[in-house]
Design a protein around this ligand. Structure first.
Ligand SMILES: [Zn+2]
Length: 594
């Protein structure tokens, strides 16, 4: 059968054969290459409609938008409008071209194939060699119709080339994963060159168009992939009048990672909006979105916040560390006795456990670790969070929707009808939420929540201040954990710390005691810190403490009773960590409670 006949035959085929699934392994790809694939002479719009990916109205809208921008492609318009994903577009393109569509995330690339092309060439031409098939080099590209590139590669590889299709984001991630990382400066130059070329041509390159162009796609992918690799919690993009900066938040501190022309910002932000399924054309209102990105470390979820600022939009991308939900108390920094005391608290079948500390003190991580202690399938665990950031297997997680008039108090009423054993309330912000939390703890539930207070003892006085009756606090409260996160010294560059007499006196440490801090090295990006550790104080309720609360005792009385009951004050615990060399005295000063 000739290619022409195959194409005709396929046009008569039923819808079942239209869009086939993507290829994800070398074995799949071998099979796909060895069977004839029909070329579909249908438009992308028709293919996507037939497969049920979009409806006809979406295609009509997109065609209308496309007619206003003559150079744009229908598929790109649909992706930009959030109607389809890049993955769906490229899958349909594969069918249209009769070329296998490969998802590269977990593809087992053949090392011998990878070695055939030098990495500079692979990056420059944006291809990834995947495997050898009957003497041909099979490589992934996002444009198998680019015959000039393919013939240049054939010449270089000295063998026939078989091109298969991959999406630009996927390709970028896979090239970054299989070849060592390369310099962002090169990318920025490329992006800037593209921008200038666009600015000089008649059609004043719109950011939306540039967002789909290779240099911008690569730049943004690189920024995010590097962030994931470096354990970054947030990526910040900030435009000034002439220059823009990219910063990473690592272990709680912002580190500058790149500077570039402010003129590139609109295109970079448009790219972020494509990834986050946001409205690309909206630049005057704040927007929130989410990205799920395939990385060499597995899929990573990101939360995007964009707000308009004076020099254009400002972007913050929170990278959600999925291992958070898997951590145990010991992983966070609880020592043996802390862990045992915490377990003893949690072993009660009803009561209220509060975790307290400022924003960024690791409260959520600790609460999740505590929930995991119960997550055995024996208990119905329900959470009310704002928002749900980390997904936990086996737990019913719900989000408050303040905009819809469903705040914590309202959401909790629904949760109580959901037959819970254990309830996690993201935060107690008002008296009403406090009241429901206490009522739930009184009626046979174990309730976890957080409060914005400094110390464990202060949490108790705060509950009384917002109007919770002392007898209810003493009847329900099981314990309070006050927590901070201290930055760990980088063990690669740690050296003795010079400590002034004032600091020694302030913290009550001996004149000959030795402390340590990181000096800064490549391992810690010159920060001197690497990773963080929880510093905490754990107040356990005792009969004596209950009596004090009942009698409306003062802060000092509650705190000294807690110490009598076995609590190590947070500052003392931080000092022990400093004595062990884990953290610096600067960190003790930063996290201590006066
Ligand atoms: Zn270091």
């Amino acid at each position: 059968m000739s290619a022409r006949q195959r194409a005709d035959a396929s046009i008569q085929a039923g819808p079942a054969e239209l869009i086939s699934g993507p290829v994800v392994t070398r074995a799949d790809l071998n099979a796909a290459l060895n069977c004839a694939r029909p070329v579909r002479r249908a438009s992308i719009g028709a293919l996507l409609t037939e497969s049920g990916t979009v409806d006809e109205a979406d295609v009509r809208d997109a065609l209308k938008m496309q007619s206003q921008r003559p150079d744009s492609r229908l598929g790109e318009v649909l992706v930009a409008a959030g109607k389809i994903t890049e993955d769906q577009l490229y899958q349909a393109l594969g069918d249209q071209l009769g070329v296998p569509y490969v998802r590269l995330g977990n593809f087992d690339v053949e090392p011998a194939a990878l070695a055939i092309l030098p990495q500079d060439l692979a990056r420059e031409r944006r291809v990834l060699p995947l495997m050898l098939n009957e003497g041909r080099l099979v490589l992934a590209t996002d444009d198998p119709t680019d015959s000039a590139t393919l013939s240049a590669l054939r010449f270089r590889a000295q063998r026939p080339i078989e091109a298969v299709l991959a999406s630009p984001s996927d390709l970028e991630a896979a090239i970054a994963a299989h070849y060592p990382p390369f310099d962002d400066a090169v990318l920025l130059q490329e992006a800037e060159r593209l921008r200038q070329a666009r600015a000089e041509s008649s059609e004043l390159g719109s950011p939306e168009r540039m967002a789909l162009e290779k240099p911008i796609v690569r730049l943004v992918n690189n920024l995010l992939l590097n962030a994931v690799k470096r354990r970054v919690s947030d990526v910040h993009l900030l435009a000034g009048e002439h220059h823009a900066t990219a910063r990473y938040r690592i272990d709680g501190s912002l580190v500058l990672v790149g500077e570039f022309s402010a003129a590139l910002v609109p295109a970079i932000i448009a790219r972020v909006k494509v990834l986050a399924s946001m409205d690309m054309t909206e630049r005057r209102l704040p927007q929130d979105g989410a990205i799920r990105m395939d990385t060499p470390h597995g899929p990573v979820d990101m939360r995007v916040s964009i707000i308009p600022a004076i020099y254009g939009e400002s972007v913050v991308i929170r990278i959600l560390d999925q291992s958070v939900g898997l951590r145990r108390l010991a992983d966070i920094g609880f020592d043996k006795s802390g862990e045992q005391r915490m377990r003893a608290l949690l072993n009660r079948n009803q009561g209220l456990m509060l975790v307290t500390g400022p924003t960024g003190s690791g409260k959520t991580t600790t609460l999740y670790a505590a929930l995991q202690e119960f997550n055995t399938g024996e208990y119905q665990i329900v959470t009310v969070e704002d928002p749900v950031e980390y997904r936990l297997e086996g737990i019913v997680q719900s989000a408050v929707q303040t905009a819809l008039g469903c705040g914590f108090a309202q959401a909790l009423r629904h949760v109580l009808r959901h037959d819970p054993d254990i309830i996690l309330i993201g935060e107690i912000r008002d008296a009403e939420t406090a009241k429901i939390a206490i009522e739930s703890a009184l009626t046979g539930h174990f309730v976890f929540s957080t409060l914005h207070t400094n110390s464990a003892a202060q949490t108790i006085t705060r509950l009384l201040e917002i109007g919770v009756q002392p007898y209810l606090v003493s009847a329900t409260l099981a314990g309070v954990l006050a927590q901070r996160l201290a930055r760990r010294n980088c063990i690669h560059c740690r050296k003795p710390e010079v400590v002034t007499a004032e600091v020694r006196e302030l913290l009550g440490i001996g004149s000959d005691e030795q402390f340590w801090r990181g000096a800064g090295c490549a391992e810690c990006l010159d920060t001197g810190y690497r990773g963080r550790v929880a510093v905490y104080e754990l107040l356990q309720m005792s009969p004596a403490q209950r009596e004090l609360i009942h009698a409306q005792a003062t802060y000092d009385q509650i705190e000294s009773q807690a110490v009598k009951d076995g609590m190590t004050r947070l500052t003392s615990q931080a000092l022990s960590l400093a004595r062990a060399g884990t953290i610096s005295l600067d960190e003790v000063l930063r996290v201590r409670i006066d």
